[in-house]
Design a binder for this molecule. Structure first.
Ligand code: SAM
Length: 257
């Protein structure tokens, strides 16, 4: 998969899958995706930007194991016979964030699957804010949860719906184009939000009724140096830290009320 990345957002009809990436404090970026580089070279003539090679999936199928609990794979054919008994999700490297390769996603998967295994209620409800490819929502559904996944980006929602079909989980999960910082948030037993830390700081005050109702919270996408700000804000709002994990420079925090 290749991506053309540009900051020039002038309107042009784009027939290829694309996503607009908005990050507070950064100029918006448009990414256009294609399995072949030629269509992107043509698009580049219209959009001044730089071609960034992402990953060539065909030569390197991706696989991630979360203990014995879950296996994420881009290709079922590469799963070894000893891993075949592990519950499995097939997630392709598509145009949405959330193939499972990023540390922020891996930390969420660890916490989420453990929380769901230990959950006293059968079929708990999970809210995945910033669902991207749907990986976290689908992992939750695989563990018996009824899940709602929200994302601002229509391309991400399309990809998440596609992944729900591929994994035969459409009856347990619903994906919607919604802004997690504006739309009224439904009740949930568990909320997971792998968003940037500045977005998490806006989200936290919106979760008061969830805290009072005993919702568990997993926050990810927190860069080293920002974790204390998130911890201070969440403590002020009455959340208690249960687990804190880190891969490289990325932190993930799990809270209870
Ligand atoms: C870091 S990705 C996480 C994807 C996936 N949940 C994972 O863990 O791999 C963050 C996602 O949040 C979405 N997003 C950013 N701001 C949002 C908002 N205000 N409301 C809903 N989604 C948002 C982005 O479009 C992106 O798909």
């Amino acid at each position: 998969m290749y991506a053309l990345e540009t900051r020039r957002l002038s309107f042009l009809p784009i027939l290829l899958p694309h996503a607009l990436i908005q990050r507070p404090g950064h100029p918006p970026t448009l990414q256009i995706y294609s399995p072949k580089i030629l269509p992107l070279r043509q698009a580049q003539k219209q959009f001044p930007g730089r071609i960034r090679k992402l990953l060539l999936r065909s030569s390197a199928p991706f696989q991630l194991r979360i203990g014995q609990r879950l296996l994420i794979t881009s290709d079922h054919r590469v799963v070894s016979s000893k891993d075949r008994s592990i519950p499995r999700l097939k997630i392709r490297a598509g145009p949405a964030f959330g193939s499972g390769e990023h540390a922020t996603t891996q930390l969420c998967l660890r916490y989420l699957t453990q929380l769901l295994l230990d959950h006293p209620k059968s079929g708990p409800t999970v809210l995945d804010l910033g669902c991207g490819s749907g990986i976290l929502a689908l992992a939750s559904a695989k563990f018996g949860a009824h899940t709602l996944g929200w994302d601002l980006d229509p391309t991400a929602i399309q990809e998440a719906q596609r992944n729900a079909k591929v994994n035969r989980l459409t009856s347990r999960v619903l994906f919607q184009i919604k802004d997690a910082l504006r739309a009224p948030l439904p009740k949930a037993d568990l909320i997971v939000a792998n968003l940037y830390d500045s977005l998490l700081l806006h989200l936290l005050p919106r979760l008061e009724k969830h805290r009072k109702a005993g919702t568990r919270l997993v926050l990810s996408g927190i860069l080293q140096g920002q974790e204390n700000t998130i911890l201070r804000t969440s403590r002020k709002l009455g959340w208690k830290l249960q687990r804190r994990g880190r891969i490289g420079r990325w932190y993930c925090l799990q809270f209870q009320s």
